[in-house]
Ligand binder design. Structure first.
Ligand SMILES: *Cc1c(COP(=O)(O)O)cnc(C)c1O
Length: 341
């Protein structure tokens, strides 16, 4: 397989069109069998449900080359399962998770020439998504839907080294207590755009959102879950019904317990106690873990022991172990690394 002529190490995180994508349509109550196509354009009614009432959900995962040269994805079944849950919450038809995994693998296989080589740090980002495609003007779910998977090569996340992030405690809320924070829907991102633009304008990397009900408990950022490490080496992750269940975070907790012999606890975390943690990281597919060095709460600085220059020691071990499993240099649990054949 001849790879595309791309400067992998210097890629950023922007859309680059690849050769193939997967498309399946839902009509008259059923999904068609779907096709891999070269056509990257979508033609829908001006009144499509997605355009009027934001009926759209998505997923994100990566395909990459392992140390021994296999092209793999990481736990795609969990993305498929999460997308099923997202669909149910937005009254969309479920695209079955087995078919989801098959569609992801097929799309990656078709775009093999865009999968970055091992060691480049770059990956092929995979974006499955679904939207209401037929006209809806009265407020109700669409009748027809399209499920698609496209891929785009993205560069190494920690280009130029790891730099711990500075967060601010946001005055905006991300998700309501019984709302849609736990599903991966475009609408959760639309309403976070103002908060992130404002944070960037004020010199912060990300927003720490609190629970909208009491504004005393830690939720997550716009696109990543928190992981904290206590001063006696225990891993703590916030528990809330309005946090998006990150696959990376769940995998890291398993790694902490089963590979590193650490205690891990998923529980409510108050903003008040954040100053007592030794390390803080953000978990998500893009970075695996980004270390957080500082959180600013309305002028009051919370500085973690790990500082502003490097990952904390436990964060680093978690990062090295999970990326080792992903790259095939450490044996992972059964089913975590799924080969594209
Ligand atoms: C996608 C997402 C995450 C990270 O989930 P992963 O499965 O680890 O990529 C975290 N928070 C939000 C709000 C997200 O949309």
């Amino acid at each position: 397989m001849e790879k595309k002529n791309i400067d992998w190490a210097n890629l950023g995180f922007g859309y680059i069109k690849t050769d193939y994508r997967f498309v399946s349509n839902f009509k008259n109550g059923a999904w068609d069998e779907g096709v891999v196509t070269e056509d990257d354009k979508i033609v829908i009614s001006e009144c499509a449900g997605v355009l009027q009432y934001a009926q759209t959900i998505f997923e994100g995962l990566k395909a990459y080359t392992t140390a021994d040269g296999r092209i793999v994805t990481f736990r795609p079944d969990l993305n498929g399962e999460r997308m099923e849950n997202s669909a149910v919450r937005l009254e969309m038809p479920v695209f079955p998770k087995e078919r989801f995994v098959e569609a992801v693998l097929k799309t990656v296989k078709a775009n093999e020439a865009f999968v970055p080589p091992y060691g480049s740090g770059a990956t092929l980002y995979v974006r499955p998504y679904m939207f209401g495609s037929d006209p809806v003007i009265g407020v109700k779910p669409a009748n027809e839907y399209q499920f698609r998977v496209f891929t785009t090569p993205v560069g190494p996340y920690f280009k130029g080294g790891v730099k711990p992030l500075t967060l601010r405690v946001s005055d905006f809320d991300r998700a309501a207590p019984n709302g849609t924070g736990h599903i991966k829907a475009g609408l959760n991102y639309a309403m976070s755009l103002h908060a992130i633009v404002d944070a960037h304008n004020q010199g912060y990397d990300e927003n720490m959102y609190l629970d909208a009900g009491t504004r005393t408990k830690v939720e997550e950022t716009g696109g990543a879950n928190f992981l904290f490490v206590t001063r006696d080496g225990k891993v703590v992750t916030p528990k809330s019904g309005s946090i998006l269940p990150s696959i990376t975070r769940r995998s890291l907790v398993h790694v902490a317990q089963e590979y590193l012999g650490l205690e891990a606890e998923e529980r409510e975390v108050t903003l008040e106690e954040v100053k007592d943690f030794a390390e803080c990281g953000l978990c998500g597919t893009a970075a695996v873990i980004s270390p957080v060095g500082k959180i600013v709460d309305h002028g009051k600085e919370i500085c973690f022991d790990s500082g502003m220059n490097e990952m904390g020691p436990v964060t680093k071990k978690l990062y090295d172990t999970l990326t080792g499993i992903q790259m095939g240099t450490i044996q992972g649990p059964e089913g975590w690394v799924v080969e594209v054949k």
